[in-house]
Design a protein around this ligand. Structure first.
Ligand SMILES: Cc1cc2nc3c(=O)[nH]c(=O)nc-3n(C[C@H](O)[C@H](O)[C@H](O)COP(=O)(O)OP(=O)(O)OC[C@H]3O[C@@H](n4cnc5c(N)ncnc54)[C@H](O)[C@@H]3O)c2cc1C
Length: 566
């Protein structure tokens, strides 16, 4: 039998009870947005895929959507960002190694991307909606973690440029297209799958690569396919553990494009040295570096002096991926904001039922739908490059869309963060990452002004591109008075070429809006199309999100956009 408690024992047990007293129950918080299907819970994505690639294997997309939305994969995204890559110049014995060490979660995300062909599928099995399907998968995967998508994109985008030098393509293409990931720091000759990067930007000029000072010296014979040594520097080289890079350098005949492996064929390290990693505000799971080329061995791709036209096809593909990536960032922001507001109440009712919040959420959702509709339409154009209209459309729609969609993203991310309130600012929420990622796509691969100037260049060199763009947009003519007026005015404004560079942003903004409105009117949800025309084509002065006019079916737009979890 236990002895009776003493007075002092009783006092201390009372105290413990007080310390252990339940302080509160956690209520009015949403369930975690995880273990949901990024395809099946995204009506706009499903509709866009069916529209642009009616034969798409939706089971496959659904399976990928389940994987991307699993708690385990979402967790990889957080870990890859909490554990930034480390850079080691030398091993402990003093040998130069130039090795960037990534967290296992980064490698796991890369493995998922490459095993699912996000870098290869449209080249390995072209046509029949291949770009559309790949874009849809990339759209889902990049929502989980955007930074590692940079090397995925560069590997994907390199193929059209590498193919310009068939003997190099025969050495590299099958390994670039292999659906597997080999991150080992060993010569590419020991690998059956490789990744590719690009090195154009130098300190004195990024947009203006004509100022590149890196020099290329022929080792023996000169010209396409021949071996050169490169001496100089590069100011930005992302994913520096790639197996080879497309590099711009000055040959005697002018700026030329080269393929430079990280290892020489004899198994020795190619002398290009990483100086340091960039200390970036966002995109931190991906390493970006500054490098010096100290006689690095490389082979010329394409004609001497034609470096920009040779690498431009790679650049065009990376710009397309910027559109997918920024549209994806918007989608994840909308998913987070609508999910939160569906489960959170204030002042007696759910946030998603309150009129002012409905205006903001619906506005964010339709921005995302318009971005997605535009992006997947360009994907279809890429799938049909044998048709003249699609070729011309892709040429103009790429800089217009890269400019517009990427530029619309930062404020969108910030507004979505605000919908979540204070918890949206915390690092255990994905919103800070989406926000820090949001300006990147707008700046790299040709910043905003450069896209606008490229749009003008395309129109000047090939006026048919503008005809194709307007022909496509005009397919919605007659369906909405506001659209007809907007398009007519825009066409008139292109007739005036005075100060056209100064006016370029205004013109490109409106090209993008006209195409987005046209796509939504022709194919989109009625409430979304109506709200888009009312708010984007007929502004009444409001500049921020939450300016949809009365009469908008905001509840219907939000319902479409909200993932149903918990
Ligand atoms: C995270 C990150 C990763 C990157 N990775 C790579 C990589 O892997 N490989 C690589 O080669 N590069 C890479 N870059 C570099 C990137 O592509 C360049 O920063 C970009 O092209 C802009 O070049 P810049 O920084 O020299 O700016 P600048 O060319 O000096 O441009 C500055 C501003 O001037 C504007 N501008 C330029 N010309 C005109 C004009 N004629 N009229 C009006 N405005 C103009 C631009 O739009 C821009 O806003 C990366 C950049 C970032 C941020």
């Amino acid at each position: 039998m236990n002895a009776p408690n003493t007075a002092s024992e009783n006092a201390s047990s009372d105290q413990n009870d007080r310390y252990l007293a339940t302080t509160h129950e956690v209520v009015n918080q949403p369930p975690a947005l995880e273990n949901y299907n990024l395809y099946e819970q995204d009506i706009a994505l499903q509709e866009a895929v069916r529209r642009e690639n009616p034969g798409a294997a939706e089971n496959d997309l659904g399976a990928f959507g389940a994987l991307a939305g699993s708690a385990a994969v979402i967790d990889l995204g957080f870990r890859a960002n909490q554990n930034k890559p480390d850079f080691n110049t030398h091993d402990r014995f003093g040998h130069r190694i130039d090795e960037v060490d990534f967290h296992p979660s980064y490698h796991e995300l890369m493995r998922i991307a490459l095993e699912n062909g996000l870098h290869s599928s449209p080249w390995a099995s072209p046509g029949k909606g291949a770009h559309v399907t790949r874009a849809a998968k990339y759209y889902m995967h990049s929502q989980v973690e955007a930074a590692h998508c940079c090397p995925v994109t560069m590997t994907f985008a390199a193929i059209p440029s590498i193919r310009k030098q068939p003997e190099l393509a025969s050495l590299w293409e099958s390994r670039v297209l292999a659906n597997s990931y080999d991150p080992r720091n060993v010569p590419d000759s020991e690998k059956t799958s490789v990744t590719i990067g690009m090195a154009m930007t130098e300190k004195q000029g990024g947009s203006d690569v004509r100022t590149n000072s890196t020099l290329a010296h022929a080792i023996g014979s000169k010209g396409p396919g021949q071996a050169y040594e490169l001496v100089g520097h590069k100011w930005f080289v992302s994913a520096p553990m790639g197996d080879a890079f497309l590099v711009l350098a000055q040959a005697p005949g002018g700026l030329s494009c080269f393929l430079m492996p990280r290892w020489r064929p004899d198994g020795s390290k190619n002398p290009w040295q990483i100086q340091r990693l960039k200390n970036k505000m966002g995109n931190v799971a991906n390493a970006s570096s500054e490098v010096e080329l100290r006689g690095a061995l490389a082979w010329m791709i394409g004609e001497e002096g034609r470096g920009v036209p040779t690498i431009i096809e790679m650049v065009a593909m990376t710009r397309f991926d910027c559109m997918i990536g920024s549209s994806a960032g918007m989608r994840q922001a909308v998913a987070q904001a609508t999910h939160h507001c569906r489960h959170r109440s204030a002042f007696g009712s759910r946030l998603s039922d309150q009129p002012l919040m409905q205006n903001v959420l619906a506005d964010l959702a339709l921005e995302n739908e318009a971005a997605l509709a535009y992006t997947l339409r360009v994907a279809r154009a890429l799938d049909n490059q044998d048709q003249e209209h699609e070729r011309l459309l892709a040429r103009l729609a790429t800089p217009v869309g890269k400019y517009w969609i990427c530029k619309r993203t930062p404020n969108h991310a910030y507004e979505a963060m605000e919908c979540i309130g204070g918890s949206g600012v915390m690092e255990d929420c994905i919103m800070p990452r989406l926000f820090r990622e949001s300006p990147i796509n707008a700046i790299w691969e040709g910043s905003g002004n450069v896209q606008c100037l490229d749009t003008l260049r395309a129109i000047q060199k090939q006026p048919e591109t503008l005809d194709a763009f307007f022909r496509e947009a005009a397919e919605a003519k007659g369906s909405d008075r506001r659209f007809d007026q907007f398009l007519g005015q825009l066409q008139n404004d292109f007739a005036n070429t005075d100060n056209i560079q100064y006016r370029a942003r205004n013109l490109v903004d409106r090209l993008a809006l006209a195409m987005q409105a046209s796509l939504l009117l022709r194919n989109g949800d009625k409430a979304v199309a109506d709200a888009f025309c009312a708010s984007r084509l007929q502004s009444n002065g409001g500049m921020n999100y939450g300016n949809l006019p009365a009469g908008t079916d905001a509840a219907a737009i939000i319902k479409r956009a909200t993932p149903v979890v918990g």
